[in-house]
Design a protein around this ligand. Structure first.
Ligand SMILES: *Cc1c(COP(=O)(O)O)cnc(C)c1O
Length: 963
């Protein structure tokens, strides 16, 4: 047949995105269905998804668009944004992302598609970069211990308050003090958190902090209006009252200012955004958190630590991994899971690239421009409010309206939310011309000021607007890594060297159950770097952000349709933050009905650790509901507990399909039971990849859910963040969604507190999920679900011939993931799930989710994006590993000298004396496919216990580099 006889639709097929997103082609699908024993994909879905929750029609979102069309349409939307020169400050600043970092980190799938470093042997690159990040934070803040990023400055401040409560010796106080010159959005987030913890809060001028009996206080340094003051005496006084002091600090100012740690702070938090990470209308950016060694058990978030591998070489890992917050469930310090790894890496690379000298020049230039602006205006009779400042000048104005109008006409934004005042924050992107333009706006044209003349005056007068006592004397960034890669060639190779140590989705499939490591399409990533999106300040006047508004509204409408809810809030910037926001809505809903006493949260034993951790953050009492031996919620236990606790029942948190990878047929009944007893249903949406287009939480009967846009909706995991966790709610919960102190998110939620610093969370990455929906359309998003289920059932079928499948639905089918049980192997051979996870590395694979939700198991989620070829490669590896275990079982290989026990194998192993009971080929090329696409781990198996006993969370000392 010639192409002449084929339809245009046929000829257009290479432009269709659906077939690019979905891994298996028609032939592969048919072969898989044959193996599974199903007629068709639809027949399989009909067998699996319970009919009472099955949607009958495709979701009412748009038809799919080609990549080219979707990008060009979104470009038109983006162009509705008007990106002004911004001097708003308040934690968000213009910054120059070094292009070598932009292209080779932010825009590089080797960095952005990796997962949280749960398998550290194949994550040494990002672990090194995160260690650099921690070292950078330690040096700049002057405290001993740093975590590897938190979500944003506001939530980091809230975490600092929680730390203060835990460690303060002032046990009888329930009062937390917030300086009124803390950023308003931070105050809002901290107050919301305090309300949930039942802490009292006082917001007052900083100097009053010592007048109150507090367990802790939060100060801002420099203050929101820009003032630099010596807070050391104040801190001493608060300490005398046994209060803990957290200081929110600006990272760039710390290059020049005395470190808050040196002034006595117990914890220092802030944002590392202005170290090379675009504003993105509020995020994503990495917040930092440092504290002193003695509070290490209370530090929220992940910490990267130095341990050693089996060869005794230094190797990095997540320190105290089992203390990863949410894993401690309701005993956790915080619910944080997904953090901001990619952005922490960018900030760390920024510090590596500029080094201490470069950073000092950047900070000094910013400061000089502030001096020039200050001196220039003062000469003309307009004097800034504070004499001591770093980059921010505040002016009292009689003619504020006139000046602001002039600024807007010139395409300039100031901070304007305080009556009669404006503030101007200078940043790295500010130029001489910009300063001249600011004089024009502030003083009117014809002022006769000259930037170079003013500069000369400042240099010759030796005037300093930073008090002598607060000028930094301690050195920063003395480690070799910050002093070695200042040419672009060196930097490029350093970034590449680290990238090569990490296994990401651009190498092989990562079947981490519950994490949905699907395709992050390149086209979806492209708009992240468009200036219209990247350079928008979150507090820019809303009429300048109409492109963002349209994109957020449209995406919101689609997500409402796909979830079956009535409203959505885009504010939470991770799944766990979504849980927190959703539970707050439930708390406030009960309060509004005079049911404030409802405080019991039922959680099945199989739940993800963030669920109980979030419940305790809103002051709920967690009651665990049992699961039966099939992994389903034990309905009798649920009925009993729901009715026994009916008077105080607040809600249930369930995951659907359950974390056991099965569509529980009783889900609608679970909702009914809880509703009957006055409770609300929180449905954890992490498994939405098994629901979209096929069923929905709203249809099932739930009241509120978070979506992990970084799972189901294609935002890449970034090595452990960023993410987005918007929540959908039924109408009755909508009045209780988060609001924002500076931006009116929605008239109906006015005055509600905030759960994140920016009104729409990490808005800068919403374009990814937007394009995911636009390019797949109603058919594609539904197909994604169906093929995710098909792929999982194919894997379950193939693997169940070699490993017991732990759970399956009534007809032997699974949902979008499956669990295989490795415990029997341990009994017969001594080989553990850890051995098998590490052995998979030798085959070129990242292990599936290990020991969640059941210890001694793998939970495997292939997603729709993997082709049969890749699934077969994985099956081949798992089958080969089963054969290897058999050799241990039979005694052919000894229990402590076999490739599983010794995995993973490195080049160091095979170039050293080889005295193993198996061959080098068996070790490193166990199947031909492994040889063809070999991934070499750079370290041997890492000693977890050693790393925790000898906690080191900073770069190795200089001396260690000298051999
Ligand atoms: C991933 C996940 C979460 C937490 O989401 P984060 O974005 O990492 O905070 C919660 N519940 C389940 C079931 C998950 O898989």
């Amino acid at each position: 047949m010639t192409t002449q006889s084929k339809s245009l639709a046929y000829l257009e097929q290479t432009q269709d995105f659906i077939r690019r997103h979905i891994g298996p082609n028609a032939e592969q699908t048919q072969a898989m269905l044959n193996d599974i024993g199903a007629e068709s994909v639809d027949a399989l879905i009909n067998e699996i998804v319970p009919s009472d929750i099955r949607l009958s029609a495709l979701p009412a979102i748009e038809e799919s668009k080609t990549e080219a069309q979707a990008l060009s349409d979104l470009k038109a939307v983006a162009s509705l944004n008007k990106v002004n020169d911004t001097y708003i400050g308040l934690g968000y600043y213009g910054t120059l992302t070094p292009n070598v970092i932009l292209r080779n980190v932010l825009e590089n799938p080797g960095w952005y598609t990796a997962y949280t470093p749960y398998q550290p042997e194949i994550a040494q690159g990002r672990l090194e970069s995160l260690l650099n990040y921690q070292q950078m934070c330690i040096d700049l803040t002057g405290l001993e211990l740093a975590s590897a990023s938190l979500l944003d400055e506001g939530t980091a401040a809230a975490e600092a308050m929680a730390l203060a409560k835990r460690v303060s010796k002032n046990k009888k106080s329930n009062l937390f003090f917030i300086s009124s010159d803390v950023y308003p959005q931070t105050i809002d987030v901290v107050k919301q958190r305090a309300e949930m913890f039942d802490f009292d809060v006082i917001v007052a001028p900083a100097h009053e902090a010592a007048d109150h009996d507090v367990f802790g206080a939060l100060l801002q340094y420099p203050s929101a209006t820009g003032e630099v003051t010596d807070i050391s005496e104040l801190i001493e006084k608060i300490h005398a009252n046994k209060g803990i002091v957290a200081v929110a600090a600006d990272i760039m100012s710390l290059v020049m200012l005395k470190a808050p740690g040196e002034l006595g702070a117990d914890a220092v938090i802030g944002s590392s955004q202005r170290f090379g990470v675009p504003m993105g209308y509020g995020g994503p950016h990495a917040a930092f958190f440092t504290t002193s060694e003695k509070y290490k058990r209370s530090l929220p978030g992940r910490i990267i630590g130095v341990s050693k591998d089996t060869r005794g070489n230094a190797a990095l890992r997540m320190a105290m991994q089992t203390r990863e917050q949410h894993i401690r469930r309701e005993k956790a310090n915080s619910n944080i899971c997904t953090a901001q790894v990619l952005l922490a890496n960018m900030a760390a690379f920024y510090a590596v690239y500029h080094g201490p000298k470069g950073l000092k020049i950047i900070a000094n230039r910013i400061h000089r421009f502030a001096d020039i602006l200050c001196l220039g205006t003062a000469t003309k009779g307009l004097t800034a409010v504070h004499a001591n400042y770093f980059d921010t000048l505040t002016f009292n104005l009689d003619n504020k309206e006139e000046i602001v109008a002039r600024a807007l006409a010139a395409g300039v934004n100031f901070r304007t939310d305080i009556d009669g005042q404006i503030s101007i924050s200078i940043d790295e992107t500010t130029t001489r011309e910009n300063i001249a333009g600011l004089f024009d706006i502030l003083l009117g044209e014809g002022h006769g000021l000259d930037v170079s003349d003013l500069d000369d005056k400042i240099v010759s007068s030796g005037h300093c607007s930073i008090p002598a006592a607060l000028v930094r004397e301690s050195e920063i960034l003395t480690h070799p890594v910050f002093n070695s890669y200042h040419s672009e060639t060196e930097m490029l190779r350093y970034i590449k060297r680290l990238e090569n140590k990490d296994l990401a989705l651009n190498h092989s499939m990562i079947s981490l159950g519950s994490c949905t490591m699907k395709l992050n399409a390149t086209a979806q990533m492209i708009p992240v770097s468009w200036p219209e999106f990247a350079n928008m300040h979150p507090f820019a006047p809303v009429d300048q952000a109409l492109g963002y508004k349209q994109m957020i509204d449209e995406l919101g409408d689609w997500l409402v349709e796909l979830t079956g809810y009535d409203n959505i809030s885009m504010q939470p910037n991770s799944g766990a933050q979504g849980e927190y926001a959703g539970l707050i809505a439930i708390v406030k809903y009960h309060e509004s009905r005079g049911d404030a006493h409802r405080n019991i949260c039922l959680i099945p034993s199989s739940a993800h650790g963030t669920n109980p951790a979030s419940a305790q953050m809103v002051g709920m009492k967690v009651v665990v509901v049992a699961c039966d031996k099939e992994g389903n919620v034990d309905m009798n236990d649920l009925r009993t507990k729901a009715s026994e606790m009916a008077d105080n029942l607040a809600c249930i948190m369930i995951t659907y399909p359950s974390t056991h990878g099965v569509y529980e047929t009783t889900v609608a009944e679970i909702c009914n039971i809880v509703h009957e007893h006055g409770g609300q249903v929180y449905l954890d949406g992490a498994n939405m990849n098994a629901q979209v287009g096929v069923t929905s939480p709203g249809y099932i009967g739930a009241d509120v859910s978070h979506l992990n846009l970084h799972k189901t909706f294609a935002i890449p995991h970034g090595g452990g963040g960023p993410g987005m966790g918007p929540i959908g709610v039924k109408a009755h919960l909508a009045p209780f969604l988060p609001d924002h102190a500076l931006i009116n998110v929605d008239e109906s939620t006015k005055g509600n507190g905030a759960v994140a610093a920016a009104p729409f969370g990490s808005a800068g990455i919403l374009c990814i999920s937007y394009l995911y929906c636009a390019m797949l359309g109603k058919q594609g998003v539904t197909d994604a679900t169906k093929y995710a289920i098909t792929n999982a059932n194919y894997l379950a079928k193939k693997l169940s011939e070699h490993y017991p499948l732990l759970y399956a639905g009534k007809n032997g089918r699974v949902a979008h993931e499956c669990i295989i049980d490795l415990r029997p192997l341990k009994a017969t051979s001594g080989i553990t799930e850890v051995d098998i996870a590490k052995r998979l590395i030798d085959y070129g694979f990242h292990a599936p989710t290990m020991s969640f939700p059941v210890a001694g198991t793998f939970m495997i989620e292939p997603t729709e994006s993997e082709s049969k070829v890749e699934l077969d490669r994985f099956v081949e590896a798992m089958v080969s590993i089963r054969d290897e275990v058999r050799k241990v079982e039979s005694g052919e290989w000894s229990s402590d000298n076999n490739p599983l026990h010794n995995a993973p194998h490195t080049l160091a192993d095979i170039t050293d004396t080889w005295d193993r009971g198996y061959s080098i080929k068996e070790a490193v090329f166990p199947v031909p496919a492994a040889a063809k696409n070999k991934f070499w781990p750079t370290v041997n198996r890492i000693d977890d216990v050693y790393g925790d006993r000898n906690l080191i969370c900073s770069c190795p000392p200089i001396e260690s580099y000298q051999d």
